[in-house]
Structures are given as C-alpha cells and as structure tokens.
Design a protein around this ligand. Structure first.
Ligand code: FES
Length: 157
C-alpha cells in the first residue's frame, strides 16, 4: 500500500512548513502529524516523511527513534501509558499496571489481538502531584484508583 497523507494532512503539513525556516526544522511536527495520520511510524512512513522533508531516511529515523513519544511499532487504538516513576510508584502505579495487564491479557509493549488496546510503562509524565497517572492517547487521568480507571476504560469505544 502506498503511503501518503490525506488531503487534510497535506494541508496541515504545508501550514507547518510556513512556521519553520527549513524543511529539516519541521521534522518533529511532521513526525507528530504522521503518527496522528498513520497511527505509528513504520519504516515506510518514515521514508515518506524523509521524502517530504527532503532529508535522508537515517536523519528522520534518528529523530523518531530518539523520542519515546514516537511509536516505531504498532500501538492500540487506545494506548495506555502507565507512569512508573517514583511518585506514581508510591501511590499504586504497579497495582494499576497489573490490573491493566490482567484486564487486557497483555504486558508492557503489548497490543490486544483486536488492536484496540496497548499498554506501555513510561517514565514521569510530569504530573507527579496528581499521582498515579495514566495517559490514554492524548489525555491524562490523574489521582487514579483501579475503580476510577475501570470506569474510564468502560466508557471507551
Ligand atoms: S512520577 Fe508519575 S507523573 Fe511524575
């Protein structure tokens, strides 16, 4: 399958380019756009981004592989990122992580067979005062209990 942005994403890409002095400087926002558009950054998606930015594949790959926010393998429709750093750990993050693993039958880095859920242990999400925290796609869920998290998960489609 040929990789290409939708017309809407192409318009967004053109707009991004107007904000940066060079195409290379637009690498991070273009990778974000590509991840939103394709779900994750496969080798073919990175090649496409490199072509759009007129950069070597290796330069785009280096950038994408440096930042943990860029996903180089498939993730679920609902990507559950469980903070496992100190504040969250002290406030029950491990129990939340275990609960998620049991609920979906997967472990860290796994994706459910239907592609709907994936779980990833991550470092500090920068919201230590409201630990424990789980990020579901772009949304933070804070001061979580297992019961509160289950309600949120039950409401996901
Ligand atoms: S330790 Fe979890 S958000 Fe900082």
């Amino acid at each position: 399958m040929k990789i290409a942005f939708s017309d809407e994403a192409l318009k967004t890409f053109e707009k991004i380019l107007t904000k940066y002095p060079t195409k290379k400087a637009a690498t991070l926002p273009t990778l974000h756009l590509a991840q939103r558009e394709f779900g994750w950054l496969s080798k073919n998606v990175l090649k496409y981004v490199a072509q759009l930015l007129e950069q070597p594949f290796s330069a785009v790959y280096d950038t994408a592989s440096f930042y943990t926010m860029f996903k180089l393998k498939p993730i679920g429709k609902h990507h559950l990122q469980v903070c496992s750093t100190l504040s969250c750990a002290l406030r029950g993050a491990q129990g939340i992580y275990q609960h998620l693993c049991e609920r979906y039958g997967i472990e860290n880095g796994g994706v459910t067979e239907d592609g709907n859920y994936s779980i990833e242990k991550v470092e500090c999400l920068g919201s230590c005062g409201t630990a424990p925290v789980v990020q579901i796609n772009d949304d933070y869920h804070e001061n979580l209990t297992i019961e509160a998290l289950d309600k949120i998960l039950d409401s996901l489609k």
